[in-house]
Design a protein around this ligand. Structure first.
Ligand SMILES: C[S@@+](CC[C@H](N)C(=O)[O-])C[C@H]1O[C@@H](n2cnc3c(N)ncnc32)[C@H](O)[C@@H]1O
Length: 269
């Protein structure tokens, strides 16, 4: 019979999704997924049990599992996250794929709204000849991004800036995953633990995108490319903004769920 405080028993009896129990146990005991299986007869001592139940309570209160463990996997690397940073989304990996497709050796790249630094750091590590800079208006998010860059060994320049306010160079590629959720969108109710100003513009969902698309040409080299992530229902409006601002070759890409997700265009003079 299973000991009630063993890993194997806690996985089946705890009142949470089993995959989440495994993540919490792995985090608490510093066990890999494989170790949780090979050591599933491991019996938690009293203080470990108490900590385990505290973690479960946090999850039951709705705190995202990534804020509890303090980490999130993005582009196959582990990033530190906390309540000052958005939890990187799988859709955003498509933005990294797209950057890597367009970036030639030695290109310069600016990421607007770095958050945890997941885009800038992944791009730099995948393509080390690129010169990568990233800005965010949140000093606390920048602290996390700098930690991630140092921890993962990525040479990325980070600075505080309200979009372009502190940007004084031109780039071959500018990318952004800005706050684009409409303030009245019901989805925000389920995201209450993430920083609200990383999610919404508190206006019409398009104001950050509008600001970035309207100003980006001043910070792009000739033939430079602007790429932005946006909401599944914002493709038409975002393409209009690109065209209004005289970008060429305007294209929208769909994510793995076939939603319009990334729009890009070239700044041709
Ligand atoms: C949707 S999050 C994206 C974070 C990260 N790039 C990612 O993809 O996970 C948007 C980011 O934009 C930042 N941000 C919001 N307003 C900004 C502004 N005016 N200037 C610079 N960054 C801003 C937020 O702090 C947040 O980190």
């Amino acid at each position: 019979m299973l000991n009630k405080n063993s890993i194997a028993n806690l996985i089946v009896t705890t009142n949470l999704d089993r995959s989440e129990v495994k993540i919490l146990l792995g985090h608490l005991l510093r066990f890999t997924k494989a170790q949780l299986i090979t050591h599933n007869d491991y019996i938690l001592n009293n203080s470990q049990l108490q900590e385990f139940y505290e973690l479960c309570n946090q999850r039951l209160l709705g705190i995202p599992i990534n804020y509890i463990t303090g980490t999130r996997e993005f582009y196959s690397r582990e990033f530190k996250v906390n309540s000052d940073t958005l939890i990187p989304r799988p859709e955003t990996e498509l933005l990294v794929d797209t950057i890597l497709e367009y970036a030639k050796a030695g290109f310069s790249l600016l990421d607007l709204g770095a958050g945890s630094g997941c885009i800038a750091i992944s791009v730099k590590l995948e393509s080390p000849t690129l010169f990568v800079s990233a800005v965010d208006k949140s000093p606390k998010a920048l602290e996390v991004a700098k930690f991630n860059a140092a921890n993962l060994g990525a040479n990325v320049e980070f600075k505080q800036s309200d979009w372009f306010s502190n940007v004084d160079a031109k780039y071959d590629i500018i990318v952004s995953n800005p706050p684009y959720i409409h303030p009245e969108d019901n989805h925000l109710d389920n995201l209450s633990f993430e920083p609200l100003d990383a999610l919404t513009d508190f206006y019409d969902g398009l104001s950050c995108l509008r600001h970035i698309i309207t100003n980006a040409r001043n910070y792009l080299n000739n033939d430079g490319i602007l790429m932005v992530e946006h909401g599944y229902d914002q493709g038409v409006s975002v393409r209009e903004l690109f065209i209004l601002n005289e970008f060429a070759k305007v294209t929208t890409l769909c994510d793995y769920s076939r939603n319009e997700r990334i729009t890009l265009g070239a700044a041709v003079n």
